[in-house]
Ligand binder design. Structure first.
Ligand SMILES: [Zn+2]
Length: 462
């Protein structure tokens, strides 16, 4: 008996006919919705990078010297025809180099023999760059007549490559070097769930949101601090090439309002070309300690305000702050220091202790595992991943138990960090340079924000 018949019999036995009909209808509606939502999620053009159509080579074809007949006969039948762009116009064929490919095989794919390959390679010394073609490179062939290679474009990236052009029987090699067009983008978002979700809603690239969280990482704990109604504004760059988004650029200015407290950061490049972020007074945003010992963006997708654990910590109760997070969430060193303990320790389970300058010490407990390099005696830098969230020792569920000590005494990092000495500021003799750079940027930023606020029908966040 057919499977279909079996299924029908089973269904009609257990489900009345009407229900079946409505179930089918529901299913159809679901499929349509799914198609629509898929379509929508593919919509944001910003992140689409136009990659020329690729041709996969299943097996490298061995190089057969000279005879074009042999080359074409070794072309396996399963290879799809290279895609032809603008049929009728100049005939360009595109191939992306895959690992295991060789030039002879790629040439064969687009209908060129080894003879043409050697012709290109032997044109001049510069042509030897073709011998260093790596997976991911994009090759484009202009072949106006069968077997006649007029131009070959080799792109390492959308911005960089070489163009071979047949001139008087030889191939001339020209360097391709393009500068992306930089566009400034201003976005404003508010936190309803998590910073990650807010970024997603405003169509801000993940990398940019992540970078913003890093900029404010010394003043805001993006796990425990955000509250419903917090908001942010951000001015950043995007790179475009021929109107195609090809990547994110730098953040120029950002503002985050957390529980009514406003933080502003502006980019500054010093005379040495070093780029940093400062508040409008010229104090560095980079602090001695990160507020959160957890890499918030590794847990972003399943981390929200709604499901956030209340702060379990009260210093007197158990001397630390607990960060509930999925097992395996990366834990980072909150400051530079030396690992003084990396091993099991009673109810702490797997524990890492780091000693920092200025009689500070941090402890990270209940880990599921240690990161490579987090060994006793090793130096770590602020932000280095040292281990992963777990529930070893006496922990009821996966969470990080984080302790902060000063001169051997437990302190609440959430209050003590405000009292630590101010981070480094722009030197007095450099302040004019700083203002010259940052003030126009901040004026622009505030103007954009004002416009946005008016559009939203709210008052400015000043
Ligand atoms: Zn704890």
């Amino acid at each position: 008996m057919h499977l279909v018949d079996l299924t029908r019999q089973f269904l009609s036995k257990y489900y009345p006919r009407q229900h079946l009909v409505s179930a089918c209808l529901l299913f159809a509606v679901f499929i349509v919705l799914l198609l629509i939502s898929n379509h929508e999620s593919a919509e944001p053009e910003q992140t689409q990078i136009n990659i020329p159509v690729t041709i996969r080579v299943e097996q490298p074809i061995p190089a057969e010297p000279t005879d074009r007949e042999i080359v074409s006969s070794t072309e396996p039948e399963f290879l799809p025809d290279p895609v032809i762009e603008n049929p009728g116009a100049a005939t360009w064929k595109h191939v992306e180099v895959k690992s295991g490919d060789n030039l002879s095989a790629i040439f064969a794919q687009v209908g060129l023999s080894d003879r043409e390959l050697f012709h290109v390679l032997n044109s001049n010394d510069e042509a030897k760059i073709l011998n260093r073609v790596f997976p991911g490179y994009q090759l484009s062939f202009s072949i106006p007549k069968p077997g006649q290679l007029e131009q070959l474009k080799v792109l390492k990236s959308p911005l960089e490559g070489f163009l071979f052009t047949l001139i008087d029987g030889f191939y001339d090699v020209e360097k391709i070097s393009r500068a992306p067009e930089i566009r400034q983008v201003f976005k404003h978002g508010s936190i309803t769930d998590s910073l990650f979700m807010a970024g997603l809603k405003e169509n801000i690239p993940d990398l940019t949101i992540m970078e913003m969280a890093n900029i404010f990482g010394g003043v805001i704990d993006f796990i425990l601090d955000p509250r419903l109604g917090d908001d942010f504004s951000i001015l950043f760059e995007e790179k475009y090439l021929d109107d195609e988004f090809i990547g994110t650029g730098e953040i120029l200015a950002a503002q985050f309002t957390n529980q009514g407290k406003q933080f502003v950061a502006v980019q500054y490049e010093n005379a040495l070309g070093e780029i940093g972020y400062y508040n409008p007074l010229g104090e560095s945003m980079r602090k001695a300690f990160l507020r959160a010992p957890i890499d918030v963006f590794r847990i972003s997708s399943n981390f929200s305000l709604a499901r956030r654990h209340p702060i379990l910590n009260t210093i007197r109760a158990h001397k630390g702050t607990d960060y509930a997070a999925p097992k395996g969430t990366p834990i980072r060193a909150t400051s530079d220091g030396t690992v003084t303990w990396a091993g099991r320790n009673g109810s702490f389970g797997k524990l890492i202790v780091i000693k920092h300058r200025g009689a500070f010490e941090t402890k990270y407990a209940h880990l599921s595992d240690y990161a490579n390099g987090a060994k006793k005696g090793r130096r770590v830098r602020q932000g280095d991943i040292i281990g992963y969230v777990g529930s070893t020792g006496s922990a009821t569920g996966p969470h990080l138990h984080y302790e902060f000590l000063m001169n051997g005494v437990h302190k609440n990092p959430r209050t003590i960090l405000d009292k630590l000495p101010k981070a480094e500021s722009i030197p007095a003799d450099e302040l004019n340079r700083f203002r010259h750079q940052s003030e126009p940027l901040l004026v622009q930023f505030k103007a954009l924000e004002k416009t946005k606020m008016l559009a939203l029908g709210q008052h400015g966040a000043e």
